[in-house]
Design a binder for this molecule. Structure first.
Ligand SMILES: Nc1ncnc2c1ncn2[C@@H]1O[C@H](COP(=O)(O)OP(=O)(O)OP(=O)(O)O)[C@@H](O)[C@H]1O
Ligand SMILES: O=P(O)(O)OC[C@H]1O[C@H](OP(=O)(O)OP(=O)(O)O)[C@H](O)[C@@H]1O
Length: 301
């Protein structure tokens, strides 16, 4: 069966474009050769990527932090970079009208999920806590009894399980929360937060490829930094330069150039894109003039 592009696909392609990793993918093929580097690209379901990378069949991969944990491949893979997309949370959800308001209330009941490893791990802890509390309260005599939450796997449409009478609660990913609300559910706990990450094998099969791997990682890092930062430039009187430098310290230090006009300098520094409006406002307050910011096309950091 051919793999259908999932939620991470568009952002992955954007990242590859930014890193100038050129490829032409034929409609029916999930493997293609890169046009300008000696590498092959393999398009796989997000949940298969940790195992392909962990076993060394593929040298680098992009997938969710959640699926790396779920596939139990963390010991065999190294997370190199957080990629800033695919952000969501794995949450425990119950019907709004169930009367259950915390995970302790769900302990011992039925939970349906696509994340059976993570959910089982989580509820093992919850069940143990509930049993311990019951013991302390004298509700359990001698050996601990009952209280084990039943975790059942389904591959998709997890949110329908409660309405279908299959579950008392679910563990599923939540991004906007629209799916959860539409199914009449609400979240009572967060198991983990996740985003897409770049991973490599912890035991690479091809050590000779390490320089090429480093080159690709460097390019991806540069693409991410270019998207995250802008270059801010302004002119300022030298006597207030120290104040302005506090506002724009740059990644390492700002570049300061003497202007032809006496007593004035030009400053150039990288500033986080999300902070640039506030930074420009503050620069105006300390007397900076001719302030502008330049979008970064690409960089190496
Ligand atoms: N709203 C969301 N729902 C599900 N996953 C999301 C969401 N937002 C981000 N993600 C991330 O995307 C991952 C799933 O990626 P993707 O959809 O590409 O998987 P796939 O296996 O390739 O396709 P599919 O699961 O649709 O068959 C999740 O494990 C999670 O890390
Ligand atoms: O909070 P939201 O923005 O609504 O997103 C969450 C939904 O997205 C995912 O499903 P997906 O669409 O990937 O399909 P699936 O149910 O087949 O996993 C996830 O399983 C939720 O159902």
């Amino acid at each position: 069966m051919r793999w259908v592009p999932g939620r991470l696909y568009d952002k992955c392609v954007e990242l590859l474009n930014g890193a100038d990793i050129q490829f032409r993918r034929s409609a029916r093929l999930d493997v293609c050769l890169c046009l300008n580097l000696p590498i092959a690209l393999v398009f796989l379901p997000a949940s298969d990527i940790p195992s392909f990378v962990g076993k060394g069949s593929v040298d680098l991969g992009i997938t969710g932090h959640d699926v790396i944990l779920e596939s139990q491949m963390s010991p065999y893979t190294t997370e190199l970079l957080k990629l800033g997309f695919g952000k969501c949370s794995l949450q425990v959800q119950v019907p709004v009208n169930s009367g259950i308001n915390d995970v302790e209330g769900l302990s011992g009941k039925r939970v349906v999920t696509s994340f059976e490893v993570l959910a089982a791990d989580y509820f093992r802890g919850v069940d143990a806590k509930v049993r311990e509390a019951k013991k302390v309260n004298g509700e359990v005599n001698g050996e601990v009894e009952g209280g084990e939450t039943k975790i059942e796997y389904v591959g998709g449409s997890v949110e329908a399980a409660c309405a279908l009478g299959l579950a008392d609660g679910i563990v599923d990913l939540v991004e906007s929360g629209d799916t959860m609300r539409a199914a009449g559910l609400h979240a009572i706990a967060t198991v983990l937060t996740t985003e897409a990450v770049l991973i490599k094998s912890s035991t690479p099969k091809h050590p000779d490829l390490l320089p090429l791997i480093d080159l690709i990682v460097g390019r991806i890092k540069g693409t991410l930094a270019a998207a995250q930062y802008v270059l801010c430039e302004y002119n300022i009187r030298r006597e207030v330069l120290a104040e302005a430098e506090k506002i724009t310290p740059g990644r390492r230090a700002p570049t300061v150039t003497q202007l032809e006009e006496n007593g004035w300098v030009a400053v150039s520094a990288m500033v986080e894109k999300k902070k640039i409006a506030q930074v420009m406002d503050e620069l105006v307050k300390v007397g900076a003039e001719d302030i502008f910011c330049i979008k970064l096309e690409n960089c190496r950091v």
